[in-house]
Design a protein around this ligand. Structure first.
Ligand code: MF3
Ligand code: CO
Length: 250
């Protein structure tokens, strides 16, 4: 069942989104050569606390961190660790889901530590952003869920990149993960008819090579099979009669 949020719920989600977006604005100062992903996570934990936000990943299925931090060929769900140190050239993806007054926002962005090691990584991130934006463009009253999926896939594959299939976007609200699952690929015109008050976390995961991924021995971290570089960008979006409202951008 897809929950429809009323005005007050949407306002809380919007506030959660704006607070998260504020944390992301600070991250470039933190994601520097030599910092560990555990230190980045600790910074985020302090920010969440001072913004009266509650992490939705800490405690989720035994996960112990307030963010997922995935480096280079890690796609998503990278586990912050004191021994994982980022270096100049790395592509670092940070994903945070947290709630304010019990309503969630979910957001992920890509960061480079200095100049990217692979100059083609800039285009990879740009295309991932474009794919997300094309998907969001379809988040309109009366369209179907898979119109979003299809638009994302088209933009990614048009540039020759891989669409990761094993993970997807999702509904969001009081819970981090609500119905429906929102695939990043598929034929248009399928699935639920979009209605005002629905809210989705839209999150394309894009690879420079093949789209096959695997979960590493920590039970969380998702990496590309072929060790190709991956990007991931996520926004929380509300369907409104005035068009898509991106809650995690300022
Ligand atoms: N924020 C992630 C998402 O978009 C969820 C991370 S699950 C975790 O779905 F437990 F690994 F944090
Ligand atoms: Co998400």
């Amino acid at each position: 069942m897809i929950t429809i949020k009323n005005k007050s719920a949407l306002q809380k989600m919007a506030t959660a989104g704006q607070k998260l977006s504020g944390i992301f604005k600070e991250l470039p100062l933190v994601i520097v050569d030599g910092v560990s992903t555990a230190e980045i996570d600790a910074f985020i934990a302090r920010q969440l606390t001072s913004l009266e936000m509650v992490s939705r990943t800490k405690g989720y299925m035994g996960y112990r961190h307030v963010s997922c931090i995935s480096v280079n060929d890690e796609v998503v769900h990278g586990v912050p660790h004191k021994d994982t140190v980022v270096r100049v050239g790395d592509l670092v993806k940070v994903d945070i889901c947290a709630s304010w007054k019990n309503y969630c926002a979910d957001m992920a962005r890509c960061f480079f530590v200095g100049e990217p090691r692979d100059p083609r990584a800039i285009e990879l991130v740009k295309v991932t952003q474009q794919a997300l934006d094309k998907g969001i463009e379809q988040a309109q009253v009366g369209k179907r869920l898979s119109d979003i999926s299809h638009a994302i896939q088209q933009e990614i594959e048009r540039h020759g990149y891989g669409v990761v299939r094993d993970f997807a976007g999702h509904g969001i609200g009081k819970q981090m993960h609500e119905d429906p699952e929102l695939l990043n690929y598929g034929k248009p015109g399928r699935g639920a008819v979009l209605q005002a008050g629905m809210t989705f976390a839209i999150e394309p995961m894009v690879t420079q090579g093949g789209y096959a991924v695997f979960v590493t021995h920590d039970g969380w971290t998702v990496k590309t099979e072929d060790a190709s570089l991956a990007a991931h960008i996520e926004d929380t979006v509300a369907i409104t009669h005035e068009g898509p409202k991106i809650l995690t951008r300022s």
